[in-house]
Design a binder for this molecule. Sequence first.
Ligand code: NAD
Ligand code: GLY
Length: 378
Amino acid sequence: MPTPVEASSVQVNLGERSYEIRIVSGALSELPTLLPNWLDRSVYRAGNSRTAHIVTDRNVRSHANIVREGLCATGWTCGITELEPGEKTKSVANLSALWDDLIAMKADRRTVVIAVGGGVMGDLAGFAAASFVRGLPFVQVPTTLLADVDSSVGGKTGINHPAAKNMLGAFHQPIGVLIDTSVLDTLPAREFSAGMAEVVKYGVILDADFFTFLEQRADAINQRDAGIMRQIIARSCRLKADVVEKDEYERTGLRAVLNYGHTFAHAFEALAGYGELLHGEAVSIGMIYASRLAERMNLIEAEVTRRQDDLLRAFKLPTRLPDGWAHSDDAILDRMKLDKKTVGGKLRFVLPKRLGHVEVVSDVPEATVREVFDDLRK
Ligand code: NAD
Ligand code: GLY
């Protein structure tokens, strides 16, 4: 685990699209101080319109109000759109409503769109920012742990098509990300655990020392200790930024390592019905399935799976499908074949070769996947 000083700021280096991830505790009102610098260092630096529009959901409105009051007090004109919480909000109808709000406030090319919320707000507001007049400056103020460590970093924005999740979108990097660990105080326990699944994922795919650190500090993490949270969020953001810097547009295949556990997880989520299993819960179960598959393919020892299982359970995450799971192995396999990594109907998985290192493995025999289903059935 690297030194804790990294906790305050992580730089994402993408040439003219570079930005800072600022990690604080109890300092949401810092945004008006940060924003002029972020704009100056961005491609939007010409002029200074001091107009912003916040996109938030009902559950985090109080956090959004702090951001808005800080901006208004420092001379910004700041509109706000409050939306319904939940995955269904990532729709064409809400995207269109945001465009309407931006038109109504006479937004121009320098109006800053600010998402205050979880991944749903970030993805939707980010896509509105990407598409309005072909690109407005965009700031993320994530309020879930999942958004802190994953969705606010890397520039993927978008909405769902009724037939497929995240099917419509754009790459649009933010000009800055402000993460305040104190907003996690209001985050429900289940959502907190779901975010921890992605944190554990970074340890498995990229950083064995970080994985060990999580094992050693699980109690303090579960208590949401501010210092530890800043540390693990900073490390997770750094690890994700390293991947994004090398494969921003997911062209070389490197960015696919971030999808460890996700081939199984997306199938579990879709079959359970979105919202029944949270994404992070499905990823937790999916990582155990992927790890067991790696064992079956003689890539790792059983110990690697056992350590993941123990750590995920320490964060109160499920590692097996829920009681009463009624979907057949065929149904899961059919869903997995819809995965974006599938090529010509052949299953491909991100699999560990040891803790801290994964590879994309092609041509995994379907029979081996079926053995894994049998192994992990209750
Ligand atoms: P979410 O945005 O739906 O938030 C989860 C719930 O927690 C919501 O009800 C929300 O209102 C509530 N909430 C958020 N912050 C809170 C707080 N501080 N206190 C109290 N309640 C709070 O879900 P999420 O897990 O943050 O994000 C999931 C979304 O992110 C999915 O749509 C997924 O596709 C997307 N995603 C995107 C990327 C990316 O790279 N763009 C990566 C991963 C996930
Ligand atoms: N969450 C996967 C990615 O950003 O690529």
